[in-house]
Every structure is written in structure tokens, then in C-alpha cells.
Design a protein around this ligand. Structure first.
Ligand code: BTN
Length: 255
């Protein structure tokens, strides 16, 4: 009964055709990305969503705080037509969709952290398995407090706005926006979304620290390429960096 209700609550706010029209809702799971991998034979656009995760995964082997009913923990199963699809670009597309959907003062810390001010409100973990791509999205919605290790870099919509937000409605809005942007991406490439991405990107027009292995350099971030790379300038000239190759930090902190 409960499972049926959750699906209906999300469906009510869907205005699209495909993304989230097929929903696998779990009260508890290890990680919605792992659940999607296990059922990657489900149709394109299937959404795996859980009330809590026991082993929520972040990028770079980190874990993702997944307290019960506080956040949105979901993974969208995609079956891109081209096998050569650039997974990191799908993540950038998702980031724009989430900013559109959240209706808060969100920005993107390149490549795919969604921040409000200097704190992270959402993370995206996109993974490829066979022909399928799994776009995992974690949004801190009604979280009231974070563990000590991350309180200074994490925030939630509740903390920022002082009110509770409807997770089903937000989830549906992300699906609506993501489908619209994914169609543009699929037919015209990331270049068609680049300007919107750049306008949301808080990393641009500032000095940033780039960390690769244990090396750190300072550079001026001046743009986003047609492919979603970060364009930087150092004393040695102009370069681009691909997501996954480096970590980017602000001069004084995380953003
Ligand atoms: C990051 O480190 O910024 C990425 C965090 C991604 C978290 C989401 S929550 C839903 C999905 N399932 C997971 O195990 N991880 C992603």
C-alpha cells in the first residue's frame, strides 16, 4: 500500500514522458546505484528511489549520509543510444536539471556538486555498467544536522530556508527538468547546454586550487568548454581539465 502511494505522489507532479514513469521504490537499500546496477535490464528512465540507504556511496570512495526520510536518494537508469556517451557530461546535464528544479539559490561547483553559498546540498555519482548509465543523485532536503566531519561543508534545503520541503515533488521536478535537458544533450550535444551550465557555475571567474594526486596548483578558472571541461589559465598558459582528473577547491575553502 505504502509503495503504491509513494509512486503516485511522485507521478502526480511528473509532466514528462519517460524519466521516473517507471519507479522502483524501496524503504531501505544499500545504495540506489547498486540497486539500479542489479536491475539494469529495466527500461530506460526507470527511477530507483529509497527512503534510506545503508551504504550510500559518494565519489572517490567516500560514503553519502543517507538518514531515513531526510534526503532524496535516487538513481536514474539510462540507456544511451550511443555507446560512446560521455558519462561525465551526463553528470553535468543532471547538475543543471537539479539547479533548475531546486528553486533555491543553488550553484554548481565544477564539475557536479550543487552548492548553496559555500556548502554542498547535493551530490551526483554517475556510473556505467554494460550499456547502461546510472545517474545517482543525493539531495539533502530536510536534514537538520550533519555529522561533525562535514557540518562545515554540507547543508540542506531545510537549513537554508528554515522550512520543510516535499521530497516527492522535488524528485518529480528533477525528473521533468532532466528529461528536457537530456533530450537536448542527446540530439545536440553538451554544447547546447554549456551556457546555462556556465551561468550556474560558481567555480568560474575566480582563482581556484587544482589538486591532482598530491600536487596542488593555483589557476584562474575562466570558462567551460563545449565538452564540459574546465578552462583554466596559469602562468604557463591556458589549459583545460576534465572532470575526474583533478579536485577543484576555492582559494580559502571548499568552494
Ligand atoms: C558525491 O560524492 O558528491 C556523490 C554523492 C551521490 C549520492 C547519491 S545518493 C543516491 C545514489 N546512491 C548512492 O549510493 N549514491 C548516490
Amino acid at each position: 500500500m505504502h509503495l503504491f502511494k509513494k509512486k503516485n505522489k511522485i507521478e502526480k507532479s511528473l509532466t514528462n514522458q519517460v524519466f521516473g514513469r517507471n519507479i522502483v521504490h524501496m524503504h531501505v537499500c544499500d545504495s540506489t546505484n547498486e540497486a539500479a546496477k542489479r536491475q539494469s535490464d529495466m527500461p530506460h528512465g526507470t527511477l530507483f528511489i529509497a527512503d534510506m540507504q545503508t551504504n550510500g556511496k559518494g565519489r572517490s570512495g567516500k560514503s553519502w549520509e543517507s538518514e531515513k526520510n531526510c534526503g532524496i536518494y535516487m538513481s536514474l537508469l539510462l540507456k544511451p543510444e550511443m555507446s560512446t556517451v560521455d558519462v561525465s557530461q551526463i553528470t553535468l546535464v543532471a547538475a543543471v536539471a537539479i539547479c533548475r528544479a531546486l528553486e533555491a539559490n543553488t550553484q554548481i561547483k565544477w564539475p557536479n556538486d550543487i552548492v548553496i553559498g559555500t556548502k554542498k546540498v547535493c551530490g551526483i555519482l554517475t556510473e556505467k555498467t554494460g550499456d547502461a548509465v546510472i545517474c545517482g543523485i543525493g539531495i539533502n532536503v530536510n536534514t537538520r544536522a550533519f555529522p561533525e566531519e562535514i557540518w562545515n561543508i554540507a547543508t540542506s534545503l531545510y537549513i537554508e530556508t528554515g522550512k520543510k520541503h516535499n521530497r516527492d515533488y522535488i524528485c518529480a521536478k528533477v525528473m521533468n527538468e532532466f528529461e528536457e535537458l537530456y533530450d537536448i544533450f542527446r540530439t545536440q550535444g553538451f554544447g547546447a547546454i554549456r551556457d546555462e551550465y556556465a551561468s550556474l557555475c560558481t567555480t568560474l571567474d575566480k582563482e581556484v586550487r587544482l589538486i591532482r594526486n598530491n600536487e596542488e596548483i593555483t589557476a584562474y578558472a575562466y570558462g567551460i568548454s563545449e565538452n564540459g571541461e574546465l578552462l583554466i589559465e596559469t602562468e604557463e598558459g591556458q589549459f583545460f581539465v576534465r572532470s575526474g582528473e583533478v579536485s577543484v577547491r576555492g582559494i580559502y575553502g571548499y568552494v
